[in-house]
Design a protein. Structure first.
Length: 255
């Protein structure tokens, strides 16, 4: 049974002490591929180094994370644009809007989101969306690209059934992670109504570890707990769901 982790930050400092062991153990437990979203320019070299070390396992995205859209965001966007030109990435991400921590830079986040979507379209790449406390603002931007060759993943989806349907109508898969195992996760109320063809698995490690590891560092080997809960909700076998969600991921990223 092979699994794909569509969203993991393996380059972060949280893995500095045992990164290779974490990757090896996940592979041994069936995780076939790891897709790494970007945050900002400070991590680009770490990402590229990991790709070189695990060329058959690790795939990279390039983008500016909305919480890292600050006063210097134009310089950061130049970095994203430069690397999209000089390196082969599988997606533009993670990009979007985050109003949980700070609403100061909303206009700049919207500008950065729009520009990076346009770059993705120009290069024929999917996008990976970060949204926190900003569904209305994210959908306002996305609606401008409806039916315009938009594709990608709504990462760490935690919205309502109506928002899930809207994301799917925009040709986006839903990234389902550790939140599915939380008692207060809410998405469990309707996830059985979402066809499996629209779902991909992710950890967002080192964040959002699933039960029984909630509150601890997340890692790709814990994908099995997310798969197990999804199988319970959909009343399908884990093997079937592993195969379908992995194919869904490959349909987005292409490799």
């Amino acid at each position: 049974m092979k699994l794909i982790d569509t969203h993991i930050h393996l380059y972060l400092e949280a893995f500095d002490q045992d990164r290779d062991q974490v990757i090896k153990k996940a592979i041994e437990l069936g995780v076939d591929r790891f897709y790494l979203p970007a945050i900002d320019s400070s991590y680009t070299e770490r990402m590229l180094d990991l790709e070189k070390k695990y060329p058959n396992r690790i795939r990279l995205m390039m983008g500016l994370h909305p919480t890292h859209v600050k006063e210097n965001y134009l310089d950061e966007l130049k970095h994203v644009e430069k690397y999209l030109t000089k390196h082969d990435f599988v997606a533009v991400g993670e990009i979007g809007i985050d109003l949980y921590w700070d609403k100061t830079y909303l206009k700049k986040q919207q500008d950065a989101f729009n520009l990076q979507i346009q770059w993705a379209k120009d290069k024929g790449l999917p996008i990976v969306i970060h949204c926190r406390d900003a569904f209305d603002q994210v959908f306002e931007v996305l609606e401008g690209y409806r039916g315009n060759h938009l594709s990608g993943i709504f990462h760490c989806f935690t919205g309502t059934k109506e928002q899930a349907d809207r994301a799917i109508s925009l040709n986006l898969k839903l990234g389902i992670g550790g939140v599915i195992t939380f008692k207060n996760g809410k998405i469990n109320r309707f996830l059985d109504q979402i066809p499996i063809d629209h779902i991909v698995l992710e950890t967002d490690a080192p964040y959002l570890a699933p039960v029984p590891y909630r509150g601890k560092r997340n890692q790709s080997e814990y994908l099995i707990y997310i798969l197990r809960k999804l199988a319970e909700i959909h009343q399908r076998s884990e093997k079937d769901l592993a195969e379908i969600t992995s194919q869904n991921a490959l349909s987005v990223f292409k490799r």
